[in-house]
Design a protein around this ligand. Structure first.
Ligand SMILES: CC(C)(COP(=O)(O)OP(=O)(O)OC[C@H]1O[C@@H](n2cnc3c(N)ncnc32)[C@H](O)[C@@H]1OP(=O)(O)O)[C@@H](O)C(=O)NCCC(=O)NCCS
Length: 176
């Protein structure tokens, strides 16, 4: 049996350890991490999947970012323990985060990742949206939580203010 819960403060280092295990060394040097510097994750969108014995099997964290003066959820990192990959856990965590983001009133989701994996959730390549370099433009993907949420949105992805404590989008958006 698997339990999905929101990440708590005490889980922080265990989650970091799973990211270290699942990603190449130096993951925090990736350009997407520059958008997370000094910004709190959206707490209600950060989930853990644990086995019945409490072993951490998968995690997802999400941050607010802004593009063209509009807010978006920067989805990920998502990681599943190597011994548990291919069982649908990644998909479960993605859907949990996407559904909760929609419930909280977020309008769009952005991520940097492999289209062949993320297209199954409805993500598509965003043209004209630029991540801090060096990022392969083919890996900049978007998803709409409301119709046409990415329509005509162009430009650089910037850091965003912390969201509200309840995880809803912060309305005051300005350059950071
Ligand atoms: C990517 C990851 C989160 C997927 O989690 P998971 O629980 O293994 O995924 P699911 O069980 O939901 O889906 C498995 C399917 O996705 C496919 N898949 C996994 N990673 C993929 C990738 N990078 N590109 C294309 N397909 C991928 C598998 O081949 C499998 O395909 P199938 O359904 O046709 O058999 C997990 O493999 C992982 O932690 N990888 C290392 C960290 C990472 O790369 N994170 C993503 C950052 S962009």
């Amino acid at each position: 049996m698997l339990t999905i819960t929101q990440e708590r403060k005490d889980d922080y280092w265990e989650v970091e350890a799973l990211y270290d295990l699942c990603f190449a060394p130096g993951r925090t040097a990736l350009s997407s991490y520059r958008l997370r510097d000094g910004v709190n994750p959206i707490a209600p969108l950060c989930f853990l999947a644990r086995d019945a014995d409490g072993t951490l099997a998968g995690v997802i964290r999400n941050w607010p970012v802004q593009v063209g003066g509009k807010l978006a959820v920067l989805l990920g990192p998502v990681a599943v323990h190597p011994t548990r990959q291919g069982e649908g856990l990644g998909a479960l965590l993605m859907r949990e985060a996407i559904n909760k983001a929609e419930e909280l009133g977020w309008e769009r989701v952005l991520l940097v990742g492999d289209l062949p994996y993320y297209s199954r959730f409805g993500f598509y390549r965003l043209k004209g949206v630029k991540m801090p370099p060096p990022t392969n433009p083919d890996r900049i993907l978007g998803y709409e939580l409301v119709d046409d949420a990415w329509e005509n949105l162009r430009g650089e992805v910037l850091r965003a203010p912390d969201c509200n404590p309840d995880g809803t989008p912060q309305m005051k958006v300005h350059g950071r």
